[in-house]
Design a protein around this ligand. Structure first.
Ligand code: AMP
Length: 544
């Protein structure tokens, strides 16, 4: 196992990574970081979700460290296809480079020039830009590439698909001949190969999509994936777990911080959840494992590193809270269930931007991962009633209820036997495995209960948010995934921007930042949901 330190990263970066809860490099990081630290060019085939941003940001930050920023002349230019990615890459550099004092600015179209120019004039180390806007600044003389030590083309195939080929050529031609260049692309069609040939010098080639594949004699595992937005994740996971009713599930997260947060939230949801990560002492981990073996745990929430040494074979489910960064990691994780001839279940939550990564895994493993619809509140309720029915049935068969005969007899003096039975089942249901199902869960994306068992109020709608009304709901089988899908695909709004979604019988309400409302309404009116044209309008009622 390689560590970040073994890859040659310096102390301030290692400290930043520890603080972020990263435990070990992803495959692309392990391969890319040493080469980029040495100053080599790089051609990497990698999709979003593989950890590629850190793969180039960390070594390039280290190479820039100590140089003061120069007005209008950044040392590093990262070109990306979209405004969202410019912001994400900018944030990543900021997170990793804070201790080094690195300054970074995202630059994209649609934003006023003034502010961008002011920051460029002051001088920054790193510019993360969309090609069109970068070229505008170069032509205005507000961005000068003569000081560049390195250029990164991120998601190069996307940039070409968006018609930025000419801009890319002009920008690369304006960059100094002596510089370092890294190109990342999910696919490597001939057009990309041509750019690489023209602009990269003896690049190191990496391909994380092509990890080793598994043969057909792997374990018996039912593989399902759910498309969820980031904000939906915890609620969706709670609901999926309610339906799946695992006896013991191993839930994988990317970082220690995610492990801690998810453990706490799922604990508040009524699960006996325990965290396992590299930051815990051996003693603490042993205690968790002892509890697990004794059957006192439903969910083990872990990072890959912490799960590696685990020896448990009674796992019914493996859950990936994110798509793992490589096919090999996926195969390794799901191989922990379905042992000893029992059927295992692997569940993967997929954010819209990770979709491509999931398809890579399918292609690489040659196994089908079924995309499923998130269970509805009604599905969950039906499942829970089923559990209660079974539990009452088992109690009758066990024949150990004799002690309660006098209670029933005394109740029959004033009540009907059926009424008594119904009330008793209700009490059993509310205290049994179905206990968590309450009205609040009819609403999608509401925060789950907090660990003290108190219900949190929904956060008040903030000033920047508004709601749209869509004239279809549960009766038409509309699920949150349909709405998120329609908004992301038709209106090109990032799933992370979508707020709460409430689905009633005949309509749905979606919270969105005010700035997107009109645009989303126009886009949805022009398209269909579940094959139907629907009423879409601004929701003025403000209440359901
Ligand atoms: P990317 O492929 O660059 O979009 O990264 C995907 C996600 O993985 C981001 O949320 C990163 O913060 C996270 N990430 C990147 N590298 C690691 C790592 N070594 N360990 C844990 N999380 C990581």
């Amino acid at each position: 196992m390689t560590t970040f330190a073994e890859l040659g990263l310096a102390a301030p970066l290692l400290e930043a990574l520890t603080a972020l809860g990263y435990e070990e490099p992803t495959p692309i990081q392990a391969e890319a970081i040493p080469s980029l630290l040495e100053g080599k060019d790089l051609l990497g085939q990698a999709a979003t979700g593989t950890g590629k941003t850190a793969a180039f940001a960390l070594p390039l930050l280290q190479r820039l460290a100590g140089t003061p920023p120069v007005p209008h002349k950044p040392a590093l230019l990262v070109l990306v296809p979209t405004r969202e990615l410019a912001m994400q890459v900018g944030e990543a550099f900021h997170r990793y480079g804070r201790a080094l004092g690195t300054s970074v600015v995202p630059i994209y179209g649609g934003q006023a020039f003034d502010q961008q120019i002011r920051i460029l004039r002051r001088g920054v180390h790193v510019v993360a830009a969309t090609p069109g806007r970068a070229l505008d600044h170069i032509r205005r003389g507000t961005l000068d590439l003569s000081g560049l030590a390195a250029v990164v083309l991120d998601e190069a195939d996307e940039m070409l698909d968006m018609g930025f080929a000419d801009e890319l050529e002009s920008i690369l031609d304006a960059a100094p001949a002596v510089r370092q260049t890294a190109l990342f692309s999910a696919t490597l069609p001939p057009r990309i190969a041509k750019i690489a040939e023209r602009h990269l010098k003896n690049p190191v080639r990496l391909n994380v999509a092509r990890a080793e594949t598994v043969a057909g004699d792997g374990p018996l595992v039912r593989q399902t994936a759910y498309l969820v937005s980031r904000g939906q994740k915890v609620a969706a996971l709670g609901r999926i777990l309610d339906i799946e009713a695992p006896t013991l599930a191993l839930v994988f997260c990317r970082t220690r911080t995610e492990v801690d947060t998810l453990t706490e939230t799922l604990g508040g949801h009524g699960y006996r959840a325990e965290a396992l990560h590299g930051g815990m002492t051996q003693d603490a981990r042993d205690r968790v494992m002892k509890r697990t073996r004794s059957g006192a745990v439903d969910l083990l929430v872990a990072t890959d590193v912490a799960a590696r040494g685990l020896d448990i074979d009674q796992l019914s489910h493996v859950v990936n809270a994110n798509v793992p960064e490589s096919p090999a990691a996926y195969v390794h994780r799901i191989g922990r269930t379905g042992r000893a001839g029992r059927e295992g279940v692997a569940i993967t939550l997929v954010e819209p931007k990770e979709h491509r990564l999931l398809r890579n895994i399918e292609a690489s493993t040659k196994q089908r991962i079924t995309m499923a619809q998130l269970p509805t509140f009604l599905d969950v309720q039906a499942k829970r009633l089923g559990l209660t029915t079974a539990a009452v049935g088992e109690a009758i068969v066990a024949g150990e209820s004799e002690a309660y005969r006098v209670v029933v007899e005394s109740l029959t003096e004033t009540h009907d036997l059926m009424e008594i039975a119904m009330a008793a089942v209700q009490l059993a249901h509310e205290r049994g495995p179905g206990a968590g199902a309450k009205e609040e869960e009819k609403i999608d994306l509401t925060p789950p209960r907090d660990p003290k068992g108190l219900r949190r109020e929904r956060p008040p709608r903030t000033a920047g948010l508004a709601r749209i009304f869509i004239g279809a709901g549960r009766k038409m089988n509309v699920r949150p995934g349909d709405i998120v899908g329609a908004i992301v695909n038709e209106a090109k709004v990032a799933a992370s921007e979508i707020g709460a979604i409430e689905i009633a019988d005949r309509f749905s309400l979606v919270e969105l930042p005010e700035e997107h409302i009109q645009h989303v309404i126009t886009a949805l009116r022009a398209s269909t949901i579940k094959g139907k044209k629907l009423t879409v309008r601004r929701d003025l009622a403000g209440k359901r």
